[in-house]
Design a protein around this ligand. Structure first.
Ligand code: NAD
Length: 471
């Protein structure tokens, strides 16, 4: 098929600006026929997407194992189950989402009625990343299809097994005249970014986020940027220590071994409480991964040698601060769960997003001092606090700006699809999940219906003193 040969050309590195231009032109033509706008087309694509995931679960696990050694149960929870959940929700609620919403009118327009109509934007580009290669590709695509757009997905070349499976499955299951996958790296993405899109949805780091936004600006294309950052975890001494420790360990080391955008990046606690917290974290690590975590089958590996070296160098700079772990194995691309205490704030590990199994703990005299530490940095994608103190919870929500927040747990807020998921400031712009995905790929068109009656004479010239008195 045409799209099959397209995928092969990209692999040979011949996908260039001309091809990208033709791709977008062809999709625009298909979009202009109106077929993607219909409720039936959207439902058929969402139904096929659900079938695609369910029928190919084993292949999905295999690809995730190849790319990341991702344990199957993690892959089920965070990639398969989340994406089938998104399909099911969209299938169930699409007719509601598509309904025009009634809006109030004013005296000036009486008699009239007003509605907000959600219309598809057109041809959209989704560029995704490697850490959850299915979830972060499929979830935005589900939103874009539900909203009635033609879509191009550009998966990450850093998870190649997942990218090629996505390309194959899209051709088998989805309408290949309106939904395409372009595999490739920087050159292919650059060729795509030169085109005029109706929206670009990008997940990845802020450096590339800036490239995306600059390219989009040339065409006045709106963007959603799902970026990262350093997600802080504040631990108050007034907390359920064992549960807090378990949930921090789960968020950091079971979710793709720290390679998660909302993984705890660093912990802040009080000087007095730190030793107790470290003991509790150690116990939970032992419980989860045994005496030799490097051999545990329940932990993903690091994605590649580049990231392995980046992480070992972050660790080496502050190796005197290691209180738990510190082992690494270059062959296996593994670093053991590592906790570091009181690393200097100027050290590199506190300057960049860690995105791996290292967890620095910073200490303060008073738990509220943590707020200034967080606020002195870029706004994170997620911020966490563990406490039983109701006042402290309120203060945290009021005083800390973050993409999202979770009190007394980590990561799980992103599974609640009635909450918008997205960043603020350096952690990104725009949001998605559930109906927010539909809204992000729709234009909200205000439509006013007027009757042929009800004109006030004051509206029209000549503006006489008599008319003025009526105003
Ligand atoms: P990556 O290297 O896979 O890059 C992401 C995408 O950008 C890929 O598709 C890649 O091909 C493309 N790309 C890379 N360089 C480019 C260039 N010069 N021009 C155009 N496109 C280019 O992934 P990454 O950036 O290492 O991903 C990790 C980052 O993503 C972390 O910062 C993490 O926090 C963030 N992230 C955010 C979310 C979220 O939902 N907010 C989710 C996952 C990851």
């Amino acid at each position: 098929s045409a799209s099959l040969s397209l995928a092969m050309e990209e692999k040979r590195g011949t996908f260039n600006r001309e091809k990208a231009n033709k791709l977008v032109k062809d999709l625009k033509k298909v979009f202009n026929t109106g077929k993607t706008k219909t409720y039936e087309w959207r439902m058929s694509q969402l139904t096929s997407m659900l079938k695609m995931i369910e029928e190919n679960e084993t292949d999905i696990y295999r690809a995730l194992y190849k790319d990341l050694a991702k344990p199957e149960s993690e892959a089920f929870i965070s990639e398969v189950n989340m994406t089938t959940g998104s399909c099911k929700l969209a299938l169930k609620e699409l007719d509601q989402w598509m309904k025009p919403q009634k809006a109030k009118t004013t005296v000036t327009t009486y008699p009239s009625s007003a509605q907000i109509v959600s219309e598809p934007l057109g041809v959209v580009l989704v560029i995704s990343t490697w850490n959850y290669p299915f979830l972060l590709s499929l979830d935005p695509v589900i939103g874009a299809l539900a909203a009635g757009n033609a879509v191009v997905l550009k998966p990450s070349e850093i998870a190649p097994a997942s990218a090629s499976l996505l390309s194959k499955l899209f051709q088998e299951y989805l309408d290949s005249s309106a939904v395409k996958v372009v595999e490739g790296a920087v050159d292919e993405t650059t060729a795509l970014l030169e085109q005029k899109w109706d929206k670009i949805f990008y997940t990845g780091n802020g450096r590339v986020g800036r490239i995306i936004m600059a390219a989009a600006a040339k065409h006045l294309t709106p963007v959603i940027l799902e970026l990262g950052g350093k997600c802080p975890v504040v631990v108050d001494s007034n907390t359920n220590l064992q549960v807090s420790a378990k949930r921090i360990v789960a968020g950091k080391w079971t979710c793709n071994n720290g390679q998660t955008c909302v993984a705890p990046d660093y912990v802040i606690t009080t000087k007095a409480f730190a030793p107790k917290l470290i003991d509790a974290l150690k116990n939970e690590l032992l419980e989860f991964f045994g005496e030799n975590p490097m051999k545990s089958k329940d932990m993903s590996r690091l994605v590649n040698l580049y990231h392995f070296k980046r992480l070992t160098s972050l660790m080496d700079e502050v190796s005197d601060k290691i209180v738990v772990g510190g082992q690494s194995d270059e062959e296996e691309l593994k670093i053991s769960p590592t906790i570091l205490l009181d690393v200097p704030e100027i050290s590199q590990i506190m300057q960049e997003e860690i995105f791996g199994p290292l967890l620095p703990i910073l200490t303060v005299d008073n738990v509220k001092d943590s707020f200034d530490m967080i606020n002195s940095r870029s706004k994170p994608l997620a911020a966490y606090i563990f406490t039983s103190d109701e006042e402290l919870k309120k203060d945290f929500v009021r005083d800390i700006s973050a993409g999202g927040m979770l009190i007394n747990d980590t990561v799980l807020h992103l599974t609640v699809d009635s909450l918008p998921f997205g960043g603020v400031g350096e952690s990104g712009m725009g949001s998605y999940h559930g109906k927010f995905s539909f809204d992000s790929f729709s234009h909200k068109k205000g439509v006013l219906h007027r009757a042929f009656t009800g004109d006030s004479p004051t509206r029209f010239p000549p503006y006489t003193p008599a008319k003025l008195r009526l105003l």
